[in-house]
Design a protein around this ligand. Sequence first.
Ligand SMILES: Nc1ncnc2c1ncn2[C@@H]1O[C@H](COP(=O)(O)OP(=O)(O)OP(=O)(O)O)[C@@H](O)[C@H]1O
Ligand SMILES: [Mg+2]
Length: 224
Amino acid sequence: MAYVIAVLNQKGGAGKSTLATNLSTAYARRGKQVLLADADPQGSARNWRAAGPDPGEHGKAFPDVVGADTAEAVETVTGSEVMGAFDVVVVDGPPGVSGSGPGKVTVAVLKAADLVLIPVRPSGADLWATADLAELTKARQGATGTPDAAFIVTQADSRTNVAEEIGSRLEELGLPVLQARCGDRVTYVKALGQGVAVEDIEPSGKAAEEIEAIIGEINRRFYG
Ligand SMILES: Nc1ncnc2c1ncn2[C@@H]1O[C@H](COP(=O)(O)OP(=O)(O)OP(=O)(O)O)[C@@H](O)[C@H]1O
Ligand SMILES: [Mg+2]
């Protein structure tokens, strides 16, 4: 059965699609059968794949990408048939919450996930916007014991210590914070726009190192 990693945060622009496309590609290049499920009606992950090269010509693997932006579609792509055909399913979550709470898609994704990764930019507004999702995740953990969950700091400016500051404030929300993080790097922007992974833009660059470190930490702590 596939291991389901959901990248969730209702805050727009937190870095969900950037993380989901790079992590799913990294697992595909480790020889895993990977499905990237695009739960965002904006279709960023689908557009990313459509902009990218043919894997045969490129010479390196990519995940299969499928749209799943309704609760029913999420249930289908995390149902036993699909789960049996893949090793890893990465879900690129949607932005936005309705006035009455988290969207149905987010709830369906939370139910299906083995691991929820919550990317957070180092700002107060991003931190506050994340508290509801942390509460919802902890409530589910309390009721069912799953999913595992962790924050990951994204778009961190290495010249300041705001990433460290936000890290300790995130811990107060009651979920662990990954040690690995994504710096604020143009390589991420280029890779998303060109339909590739950061290692395709800059093979031994800092962004590629960061994605390796994130995969290493996920495998060590959660998906061994
Ligand atoms: N680590 C990073 N460094 C620099 N720019 C980044 C980084 N991560 C994401 N970005 C840029 O920030 C913007 C938002 O990122 P992304 O689309 O991944 O966020 P998202 O959470 O999926 O947004 P949405 O909620 O709209 O789906 C994009 O232009 C992306 O290229
Ligand atoms: Mg997105």
